[in-house]
Design a protein around this ligand. Structure first.
Ligand SMILES: Cc1cc2nc3c(=O)[nH]c(=O)nc-3n(C[C@H](O)[C@H](O)[C@H](O)COP(=O)(O)OP(=O)(O)OC[C@H]3O[C@@H](n4cnc5c(N)ncnc54)[C@H](O)[C@@H]3O)c2cc1C
Length: 391
């Protein structure tokens, strides 16, 4: 492989990736190029994508990457997840990617970590097989960053929990078969939240508005209503009133996955922009050969590599079971902020074509805007880091 072959399209191989990881990466890439990318524009315009994609993603093994084979997973590691997120850039369809990420690293790992064997059989196995779609329900109209302010309440009634309240911004909300739901089970802010698994077929549950967003149009983001919904108490995950702490721990996987996905999209944006810069001519030369673009892309290549290595450092720690909050927080903050500037420049070189919705670059620029907001805002990432330093 020459240095040019590698460029943004194919970042430097990193030692922990084994042959098994590379085979997995190749099969995910094939799925993206053949089954998703050709239809992405049509689905984005329609504002939805076929549910069947979840089944196909499951067949590839995307939902059981780190899940024990006894529960239908592949029992691989975070490097396999890194390879998968890297390959998912080829969907050119971030709307689908966040739906998949939701199932891969928001819903299923919580069931895996906190669910009893019975819960795993009932909810996790079908999710890993792509037969059911999951969502994570934490945010509400009055709380996002301030998780402990959530109000959706669950009271006990015999062997049941009765849930009433409202959630907002829930990805996969309209399609979800089950929700990992945060509910208030006691008055104490942090020590009064429990996690439950909530099957959406329950009476009193209603999907409200599908929110119209600036980007990621085909990803359903919904408001959800719970009116005296009854679920059995055995659907409580882990210990009662420990939900806040589970959520904070769980955010680590979500943020690491977000950083991995963001790096991959930056690579994709650079790949598309560099290619266009070579093909498009103005004033008798390829636009990418003007020094202003050469230097801009050189800087971005260095920045995205730095972002990737920071994220890989976090993966390494996560994989080894070490404390990784600091590294993950840095990786999420760095990657998602960089992506704003980088995708802006990658779009800019496309001129007017970059401003149409027909080119993937326009979608990527618009859709990465979400990443400094979702999974914890940049301001919250900075708060975490500053607090860790004792500031
Ligand atoms: C498309 C989309 C999908 C989403 N999917 C999900 C989902 O699946 N499940 C789910 O539970 N949630 C989801 N969310 C919600 C998301 O996690 C929240 O939007 C996010 O955490 C921010 O919360 P908020 O919108 O309430 O903003 P707020 O918390 O009200 O914050 C408003 C502003 O104030 C800043 N701010 C807040 N606190 C501080 C502070 N201490 N210091 C400095 N600045 C501060 C924030 O950074 C932000 O800029 C989604 C959101 C979007 C937009």
């Amino acid at each position: 492989m020459t240095a040019t072959d590698r460029s943004a399209a194919d970042p430097a191989p990193y030692p922990p990736f084994t042959e098994e990881h590379e085979l997995f990466r190749a099969s995910v890439k094939r799925f993206c190029l053949e089954e998703v990318a050709p239809y992405a524009h049509e689905w984005e315009d329609a504002g939805e994508y076929p549910r069947e994609l979840f089944r196909k993603a499951a067949d590839l093994g995307l939902f059981g990457i780190r899940i024990d084979p006894a529960h239908g997973g592949a029992g691989m590691d975070w490097w396999a997840s890194a390879a998968a997120y890297d390959a998912l850039r080829y969907t050119d369809f971030p709307s689908l990617n966040i739906g998949l990420l939701d199932q891969m690293d928001l819903a299923i790992p919580l069931l895996d970590k906190l669910g009893s064997d019975e819960i795993k059989r009932e909810f996790m196995r079908p999710a890993v097989a792509g037969e059911s779609v999951g969502a994570l329900g934490i945010s509400e109209p009055g709380c996002g960053s301030d998780v402990a302010a959530m109000r959706t309440a669950a009271r006990e009634d015999g062997g049941d929990l009765v849930i009433s309240g409202q959630k907002l911004w829930i990805t996969n909300g309209a399609t979800a078969d089950y929700i990992l739901l945060a509910v208030r089970t006691a008055e104490h802010r942090h020590k009064g939240i429990s996690m439950v698994v909530f099957p959406t077929g329950v009476k009193g549950y209603r999907v409200g508005r599908k929110l119209k967003k600036v980007g990621n149009a085909a990803s359903d983001t919904c408001e959800l209503f719970f009116d005296e919904c009854r679920i059995p108490k055995r659907y409580i995950l882990g210990e009662r009133n420990q939900g806040f702490y589970y959520i904070m721990e769980h955010f680590q996987g979500e943020r690491l996955a977000t950083a991995l996905m963001t790096n991959a999209l930056m690579d994709r944006a650079l790949e598309l922009a560099v290619r266009y810069g070579k093909e498009r001519h103005a004033f008798g030369q390829p636009v990418g050969s003007f020094q202003v673009w050469r230097h801009r892309f050189a800087e971005h290549l260095a920045s995205v590599e730095a972002s990737r290595q920071l994220t890989y450092h976090a993966v390494e720690r996560m994989n080894g079971g070490k404390q990784a909050q600091r590294e993950i927080t840095m990786a999420k903050l760095f990657a998602t902020e960089l992506a704003q500037r980088l995708t802006y420049d990658c779009q800019q070189i496309f001129g007017g074509f970059g401003y149409t919705t027909e080119y993937p670059i326009g979608r990527i620029w618009r859709d990465v805007r979400l990443y400094t907001i979702g999974a914890g805002t940049s301001e919250i990432m900075k708060e975490i880091l500053a607090k860790e330093e004792g500031l």
